[in-house]
Design a binder for this molecule. Sequence first.
Ligand code: F6R
Length: 369
Amino acid sequence: MQDSHTQILNSLSNRDNLTKLDTLGMMDLVLGFPKQCRDGAAISWQYGHGSTAQTDIRNVVYTGLGGSAIGGDLLRCLADEYGSIPIIVNRDYTLPAWVGPSTLLLAASYSGNTEETLAATTAGLKAEAQIAMVTSGGTLAKIGAAEGCPVAIVPGGQPPRTATGYLFFPALTYLQHRHFLRKDFQEDSEETFLVLEKMAKEYGPDVPVEQNPAKQLAIQLFGKIPVLYGSQGYRGVAAYRWKCQFNENTKIAAFSNVLPEQNHNEILAWVLGEKQASNWSAIFLRDPKEEELQPRIATRVAVTKELVSRTTPVHEIFAQGESLLARLLSIIYMADFVTVYLAYLYGICPTDIGYIDHLKEALAKEVSK
Ligand code: F6R
C-alpha cells in the first residue's frame, strides 16, 4: 500500500500527471504563494476618507469567514506580540456590542460577497466604527466606494484559501499605516519571502518522496484522522489553519487544539480514543525556540506526546525562520503541500468545494424567494 502511494506521489513529478489529478491548478497556486506574499505586501491602499491618526481608535475587529478570516488570525498573532491596541477576529453576521466609533473594523472577504461579512460590515457602519476593507471586489468593494472607506483591492479569481498572502499582507500594511504595531515589518517580510521560496523548492512536486517531508507526511496520514496540536500561541492558529486545509483541500475530517489548554481536558480523550476510531494521527506544531524560551511548554509537549503516542502515531512540524512573521507563515505553508498531496492520494480534486458552493446557493435561493 505504502509503495503504491509513493509511486503516485513520485509520478507527480511529471507535470502531465499533475495536470490530470489537479485540473484546477491548486498546486500551481500553492507554489505561487511566496510570490503572492511579495505582491500582497506591495498592494497599495485607496485610503479614502480614513483617518491616519491612531488616538481615536481603541480596538481593532477583523471580520471575515473561512479563508478570509485566517488573515485576521495571523494579524492577531502579530498584534499580540507587537500591537499597541487589542485585535479580535470576528467570524459572524454580528459584531460585539462594544463596537463603536473607537473601533477600527477591518472587513475582509476575498470574493466581496460573503453574506456574514457584508452583514457585519453593515452593523459596523451602523455602530459608526471606522471601516477599512480588503477584497477583490464584489458588494464589499461597492459598499467601500459608496462610504469612502479605505480599501485594498487585491487580484481576484482564485480560491480564497489560496489567497492568504493577498488578504494578510495588505491588512498588515494598513495596521502599520495607522501605527498600531510597534515594529516595522519590512525586514521580517523579506526574511519570510525567502523562507517560503526555499520551502516551495523543498516541498514541491518535482522533489521525490525520499527527499520531500511534505510528501512523506501525506503518505503517513493516508486513512488517518489528523489531530493538530499547536504547542502554544500562534501555533494554535496554525493548527486551526491545518485543520481547515485538511477539510477544504483533502475533504477529510480533522481536529485542532492548542496547549496548554489541551492539557486540561482533551488530553483525556486519548484514554479511550481508540474505541471511537483506531486511525487517529497526531501532529504537533512547534516553535524551534520552544526549548530555550518556553521550557514549561517544551515539557508539556514532551509529556503530552508520550501519552498520545501510547495509542496513536505522532508527528512533529517545526516553524522555520527567525522572525515571528516567518515562523507563522512557514508553519501554515507546509499544510498547503501536505493537504494537496493527501488529496492526490485519495484521488480527489483539491480545489473543489462543492458542499460550500451548495450551501451558499441554497442560502441565495432562500433570499430570492
Ligand atoms: C474557499 C474558502 C472559503 C471562503 C469562505 C468565505 O476557498 O477558503 O472558506 O473563504 O467561504 O468567502 P470569502 O473569502 O470570499 O469571503
